[in-house]
Design a protein around this ligand. Sequence first.
Ligand SMILES: *Cc1c(COP(=O)(O)O)cnc(C)c1O
Length: 337
Amino acid sequence: MERKNLDWGNLGFGYVQTDMRYVSNFKNGQWDDGCLTDQASITINECACVLQYAQTCFEGLKAYTTEDGHIVCFRPDLNAQRMASSCRRLKMPVFPEERFVQAVVETVRANSQWVPPYGSGATLYVRPFMFGSDSIIGVKPANEYQFRVFVTPVGPYFKGGVKPLKLRISDLDRAAPKGTGDVKAGLNYAMSLYNIVDAHEKGYDENVYVDSATRTHIEETGGANIIFVTKDGKLVTPQSSTILPSITRRSLLYVAKEYLGLEVEERPVALSEIDEFVECGLCGTAAVISPVGTIVDHGREIHYAGMGPTIQKLYDTLTGIQMGRLEAPEGWIQVIE
Ligand SMILES: *Cc1c(COP(=O)(O)O)cnc(C)c1O
C-alpha cells in the first residue's frame, strides 16, 4: 500500500481533508443503507435543528499502524455504546452499534493511505458524529438526521517532549447534576469555549471543573478525565454522574489493576485533598495521558511530578497494548487491515 506523502512526524492537531467519509441518513423513521462518499461538505437548510438548537453529538477514536504492520483501532464498540447513550439523551435515533463499528472500519479502510506509519507517533483520528438535519423552529427533536464518520491524520501529541500541564480550578461550571455532562454532546463544548480561551489568556492549559452543586469535589477538565496517584502508588479517579465516561480512563483503570497490580479507587475526590496526591494526569484518546505539573486553586498552588513513575508506567503499558507490543485484553483491538 502506498501512503500519502505527508511529513508524519511533524503533523499538528488540525483538520486535514482525506479522500472518503461515511454517510447515512435517517428519514421516515429509519436509517438508509449508508455509503462512502468523497463529498466533504454538507448542505442543510438554514433552520436545521442542529443549527438552531444544537442537536448534535460526536465521538472520537484513533486508528493507527501496529508494530507488525496492521491497521487497527482501539475499542470502537465502546464509542458505539457511548454514542448510543448520547443519542438517547438528546432524543436522536441511535445508529445501531454494530453498524457504527462497521462504518468506522469502512471509513478507515477507504483512507488507509492516510494512516500514519508505526513509530511516527502520529495517528488517524476518527470522528463519528450525528446531527438533526431537517428544519425545526418550535423546540422539539428533528425528524431527520445524518450520521457521518470522517478521519483526519493528527501528529504526535507530545511533539518536542512532554511538557507538564498547568491547570486552574475553574470558577465556571461544566455540568449540572442530572444535566448532560455524561454525554458527548457538542453543547458541552460550545459553552466551554469562553472559559478555555480565558484560561489560555491567563497562562493555563486547561480548566479543572468542580461539581457545580457543592463546588467541593473534582470532576474533570473540558475534554479529558483526571487521574491522581497517591504517595503509596494507588490510582485514584473521581466518581460522579456528571463526568464523561472516558474510554481511555476506563482502560487505564483496567491496565493499572490487571497489568501493573496497582490498587485502584474510583470515588469522589475532594478539592481539599488534591495536595495529598503526588502525580496527576489527564486522560483521553488524543494524548492517552497528559501529565499535570501544577493545579492552581485560586491562591493555592499544588505541584505534581509531571510524568512521574506511575503515570509513565500506565502510559507505556496502555500504548504498548494499543501498538501491539503487549498482549491486549480480549476485544480491545479491532483489526481493520
Ligand atoms: C471525549 C471526552 C473525554 C475523553 O474520552 P476518551 O473516550 O478517553 O477519548 C473526557 N472528557 C470529556 C468531557 C470528553 O468529551
